[in-house]
Design a protein around this ligand. Structure first.
Ligand code: SAM
Length: 367
């Protein structure tokens, strides 16, 4: 049985984040002033690789809340008897710290957050900037009400709205900073219009080629935005940006000899490269006793699966595994650039990934 001394504390968590260099400038004081526990309800779940597990008992609750782990606060959009998929959470504190750092807020700047969730990030922003400069929008009315209550209880009164954060906030002029705390498949151009030229957007981008990554965009005078990827990030997607993991597969399987070890595909730099070269290809992976196994699919029914040292199986039109291997060799030829050498540009015509320089756009290959 655990004793009170063994239960982690919030000050120890903040110290750990500071020791990792994640709380620079005023953020250390801000985190110290806003205990996470004030924003976590009694009924929560721990996110495991394949499911969410209910947290039982005060010690277990405190251990999770005061650890650098996400705390799942809603399953299945609040519906009873669903498959148990996390749909709202209090995000991992180190990820929150990274995102707030990337936001580069200055005193007197106005911030818009998309995805109020538990209200914790809003509270940190209020503590840093003052209530009146913080706006936050949440789609789920039940989640939004709980957040408003937790914020008021903690003494914060930011501007809150229940609605779709993909749409501009009616009447809100261009803000200085925008932070999305739900993952976006693409950055809606309408959102950029909500941010002033010179402003910054920080968002987790959900990529179809297994990866998720933070992007830090600088809004330009012409209303477009560009900036680098800033490391991996796995967030629950914005509701309208949810996608099935894989497409339907067509046709009988065809085997071929093992080639590239699928474990090599799990490099964020390669994922960003391949995602741009092979748009629409979805790839997921799983650790098995024999190493990494991957499945890849495309809308036209093409598919491939590979596991370390075993035959590769391909399905449907074309040879999807060969296309992935081809992208890998190109990436090798580029010198296997790290993820932070890639960036994103968003315009009114869509978004594209670049390598090293915004002019070096990675063009899609043809299947
Ligand atoms: C990871 S949680 C946000 C965590 C939150 N920032 C906090 O401090 O606890 C993601 C939230 O985004 C919300 N969300 C999803 N789609 C949305 C949308 N279109 N507009 C606004 N919020 C949305 C979800 O309901 C969920 O509560």
């Amino acid at each position: 049985m655990s004793t009170a001394q063994e239960v982690p504390t919030y000050p120890a968590l903040v110290q750990e984040l500071a020791d990792r260099g994640l709380l620079t400038g005023r953020w250390r004081q801000v985190f110290d002033a806003v205990p996470r526990s004030g924003f976590v309800p009694a009924d929560v779940w721990r996110q495991l690789p394949d499911r969410c597990e209910p947290v039982v008992g005060t010690d277990d609750w405190l251990a999770l809340v005061n650890s650098d782990e996400p705390v799942v606060t809603q399953l299945d959009d609040g519906a009873e008897g669903g498959p148990g998929i996390a749909t709202s959470s209090n995000s991992m504190p180190s990820m929150v710290a990274r995102m707030l750092e990337l936001l580069e807020v200055q005193d007197s700047q106005q911030v818009l957050e998309i995805g109020t969730g538990t209200g914790y990030v809003s509270a940190l922003l209020c503590e840093r900037l003052g209530d009146d400069l913080v706006h936050s929008v949440e789609l789920d009315p039940v989640v939004a009400r709980q957040a408003a209550e937790a914020l008021a209880q903690a003494g914060y009164r930011p501007h809150l709205r229940v609605g779709d954060g993909e749409q501009p906030w009616p009447g809100l002029g261009p803000v200085d900073r925008l932070i999305a705390t739900c993952a976006l498949r693409h950055i809606p151009y309408a959102l950029l219009r909500q941010v002033r030229p010179g402003g910054i957007v920080v968002a987790p981008l959900a990529r179809e080629f297994w990866s998720g990554a933070l992007v830090q965009l600088h809004v330009q005078d012409d209303g477009t935005a560009t900036g680098p990827f800033r490391g991996g990030a796995t967030y629950m997607p914005m509701r309208a940006h949810r996608l099935p993991d894989l497409h339907d597969v067509r046709g009988k399987g065809r085997a071929r000899a093992a080639g590239l070890d699928p474990a090599r595909l799990l490099d964020l730099g390669f994922a960003l490269y391949a995602g741009a070269r092979l748009p629409g290809v979805r790839l997921i992976h799983q650790d098995t006793d024999n190493g990494v196994q991957v499945w890849a699919t495309r809308e036209d029914g093409a598919a491939a699966t590979a596991a370390g040292g075993e035959e590769v199986w391909q399905y449907g039109p074309g040879f999807l595994w060969e296309e992935i291997e081809q992208a890998w060799w190109e990436y090798e030829t580029e010198g296997r650039p790290d993820a932070d050498r890639f960036g994103l540009t968003v315009t009114d015509r869509g978004q594209h990934v670049w390598l090293r320089d915004p002019h070096e756009v990675i063009r899609p290959g043809r299947p």
